[in-house]
Design a protein. Sequence first.
Length: 316
Amino acid sequence: MPSAPGPYPAPVGKTSHRLEWAFLPPNLRAYIERKCGSPVVEAISQTSGFTPGFASVLVCADGSKHFVKAASVKAQRLFADSYREEARKLSALPSSVPSPKLLWHLDDDWVALGIEYVDGRAPRRPWRRADLDSALDALELVADALTPPPAHLDLDSIEDDFADMVAFWEHVRTTRPDLPHLDEAAALAASFADVVGGDTLVHTDIRDDNLLIDGDGRVWLCDWNWPVVGAAWIDTLLTLIGPRGDGVDVEPVLASRRLVRDVPPESIDRVLALLVGYFWKSADDPVPSTSPYIREHQRWQGDVVWHWLSERRGWE
């Protein structure tokens, strides 16, 4: 089994500081209760992830449960824009995609989303192979359903969306000048665009906190903020980062899963090299007060991917 570069450093499921129900404006709470059809008697904040917007399971007086997100257009513009984009993408997904459905959407002084409640749990950390297999099964269903993407969604290509990451290796070069095989890794990253093109809607943000496993073992994909158009195997590769860091031997997974088993090893290495630059540069950015663990998370992911890439390339 491959060794991991230290245990995951963030408290699983407790990585964000979110708005609470009591602090939403009264008129917004009243609107949400009308949409739910019953007064809210309990709000269970979902403290996983790395953003500060409101995200809670609301329990109503009639016993129903609802998942609601909200962000202020004035005070949280970046996150309001993100929620607006998520609503646009959710409304376009076909029913065959295992994702909680968008039930209603408010876009005013606040952007709020009412999303289908799914009674489920996140994959356990450290990752277990059974949870990983279930997640990868779901990704294969998604790739089939979203190749090609819904016609009316205007999405960037992965080549364009990820292009800025190539320059992040200049930051790595400055901050880690003694990194072995630095030039070779940077060259791999610079050539990523040659291998990632495709005609599949790629989620790009598959992590344990964006997955739910229901009582039947079915995996649901959440948080559709950042999809692009690219190769069908990208999400599978991204999903393996956390398990790899937790000690799962992911090379047999690469060799066996339908979406990735025929991808040339060099193509996978180019994407891994690109991700190292992204994670390590991002980890050195200022720590936002509302997301105190995001830089630790990114640094760990960068270390995991570097260790993985080095092992694959035979670098000492």
